[in-house]
Write a protein that binds this ligand. Structure first.
Ligand SMILES: Cc1cc2nc3c(=O)[nH]c(=O)nc-3n(C[C@H](O)[C@H](O)[C@H](O)COP(=O)(O)O)c2cc1C
Length: 198
């Protein structure tokens, strides 16, 4: 049987801190169910901001930069574990660059005179988990509506979320057995869902 491929996409600039640690824990859970895992750190990529070229025929973006590697991930991963810190009640700018540059992945389908519907041009259907970590200021689930809209653009079904506040944890999430275990289990469950319902 082909190995399930899961990619962790990390939107925090801080390696091994809250977001990274929780995504890695989820990926460990994926591995424990036999998946092959990979991680990309958006902060290490050169991704230009969306220039709103409005090429909405599903042919993709006309800018050539490191986002190309991310587009490839959207087409070859079976599952994604997305992690972002909460910045000003939103996702990090690293994550937002990736999200905005996905706009070009929608294509217009005519629905009748003057009517059209936008559907994803990404062929690969994926399942995913979203992880967010906030400080003391905000409810960390404030990022979920953004991921909800974006997921349709990239053919992703978000099956689970883990939104935690570092204020509740009193240190790195990994100091909290409960949070680490929750992330691990969500990774395991993601792979189980992909195996049972590909
Ligand atoms: C630019 C910036 C903006 C932030 N804005 C918020 C915020 O609006 N609400 C909040 O609860 N925490 C906020 N924080 C705190 C981070 O969300 C928090 O420290 C998070 O755990 C960092 O994740 P990381 O360890 O993966 O980098 C902000 C931090 C930074 C650097």
């Amino acid at each position: 049987m082909k190995k399930i491929r899961i990619t962790g996409i990390i939107g925090s600039p801080r390696l091994k801190k809250n977001t990274d640690a929780l995504v890695q824990q989820a990926l460990e859970g994926c591995k424990s169910k036999g998946a092959a895992v990979d991680t990309i750190y958006l902060n290490q990529l050169e991704i230009k901001p969306c220039q709103a070229h409005k090429v909405q025929d599903g042919k993709g973006c006309i800018i050539r930069d490191d986002m190309d590697a991310v587009y490839e991930i959207f087409e070859r991963s079976d599952g994604l574990v997305l992690g972002t810190p909460v910045y000003y009640n939103s996702v990090s700018s690293q994550m937002k660059l990736m999200i905005d540059r996905s706009y070009c992945l929608a294509k217009a389908v005519p629905l009748g005179p003057g009517k059209r519907q936008y559907v994803t041009a990404v062929k690969k259907a994926k399942k995913g988990v979203v992880i967010s970590v906030g400080g003391s200021g905000t409810k960390p689930d404030c990022v979920l509506p953004i991921f909800d809209i974006w997921s349709k653009e990239v053919n992703l079904d978000i099956i689970d979320t883990l939104c935690v506040s570092e204020a509740q944890l009193g240190g790195l999430p990994m100091d909290s057995d409960q949070t680490a275990k929750a992330a691990f289990e969500k990774g395991r469950n993601l792979v189980s869902r992909l195996i049972n319902n590909p």
